[in-house]
Write a protein that binds this ligand. Structure first.
Ligand code: ADP
Ligand code: MG
Length: 310
């Protein structure tokens, strides 16, 4: 039984379709990254998954439970940290988590234990008496994650959990997410490519509301392979020389002393260009292999998956 099954999901705000015909299945535990530029529909999809937003069309099943038919049962199985964390900043961490435990229908007698456990798990025991408003962004985010797992759900959905944090806080939150993913499924969203590569096992990529890639991180990496080299040489006629070199498919002047060349084999051509420029006395100033940028990948994948009719 897949943990999440999404069927033909579409959502429209007024006349604008935010997501279109989304189908996917999350069969097992792990960290699933929902990747997409701002406005690609990540939050819309997550809000629908978690039952916060009613979809215009389509269905979501959480462990086989249709969220339309039995929203209460479905919500018991999942926790959610929205893009804007629902924190009550005038409560202490402990008071707030106690309140969340109540909302999650944890029996009164077990609430204290549940709160103690998530405080421990999220590394905030020492701040339990502190007002949430006085915590740093990173610690507020830990409280947000704590409320999402307080009822020990099998699925946790985190909308841009590292957005707005500094690099140290990002590392800490990423590690916390890895810890909580040890015994449950986590779906997190981000608009930063390196974030999914660092944290996720699987990627689902959205572009303009449609799924344009779904698969393992390794599979995604194949889109990132370097296929161009940027060369900087002082020789003014280098462009012509480069275009005659075997293995170079295309030369694009980038202005000044820089050229981007498209090649058949990056490793081989790095070597060949260096040797050639030495032989020709081109005065090489720099040479680097370029990987595809996320924008290129977005564009390529969107083209490949563009609907034939609309
Ligand atoms: P993301 O989280 O990937 O940035 P969103 O799901 O927030 O994307 O937004 C997807 C699209 O829907 C965007 O074009 C956004 O402007 C639009 N949108 C989001 N929320 C609303 C709303 N409440 N009303 C109208 N349009 C919205
Ligand atoms: Mg969003």
């Amino acid at each position: 039984m897949p943990i999440v099954n999404v069927k033909q999901l579409s959502h429209r705000y007024a006349v604008h379709w935010a997501i279109r015909d989304i189908d996917f299945e999350i069969p097992q535990q792990g960290i699933y990254g929902l990747l997409g530029a701002n406005g690609s529909g990540k939050s819309t999809l997550m809000n629908i998954l978690c039952g916060v937003l009613k979809p215009t069309m389509g269905d979501v099943y959480i462990k086989g439970i249709n969220t339309k038919d039995d929203p209460v049962m479905a919500k018991r199985l999942m926790g959610f940290l929205p893009q804007r964390p629902p924190l009550h900043i005038d409560l202490t961490i402990e008071e707030y988590l106690r309140h969340c435990a109540g909302l999650r229908l944890i029996p009164r007698g077990s609430q204290r234990k549940a709160v103690d456990e998530v405080l421990e798990k999220c590394g905030i025991v020492h701040f339990r008496k502190r007002l949430i408003r006085n915590l740093s962004g990173g610690y507020q985010q830990r409280v947000g994650i704590a409320q999402a797992i307080i009822h020990n759900p099998e699925l946790v959905v985190l909308d841009e959990p590292t957005n707005g944090l500094d690099p140290n806080q990002i590392l800490e939150i990423r590690n916390l997410i890895k810890t909580i993913a040890q015994d449950r499924t986590v779906i997190l969203s981000t608009h930063i490519l390196s974030e999914v590569q660092a944290a996720c096992n699987h990627i689902l990529m959205l572009a303009e509301g449609r799924v344009v890639f779904s698969g393992g991180v390794d599979e995604f990496d194949s889109y990132l392979v370097p296929n161009t080299i940027v060369v900087s040489v002082l020789e003014p006629h280098a462009a012509e020389g480069l275009s005659h070199l075997q293995g170079i498919l295309e030369v694009e002047p980038l202005g000044g002393t820089r050229y981007r060349v498209k090649v058949t084999d990056v490793d081989e051509m790095l070597e060949a260009i260096v040797q050639h420029s030495v032989r020709q006395g081109w005065r090489l100033r720099g040479i680097t292999a370029e990987t595809n940028s996320m924008e290129t990948i977005f564009a390529e994948l969107s083209k490949k998956n563009a609907p034939t009719t609309d």
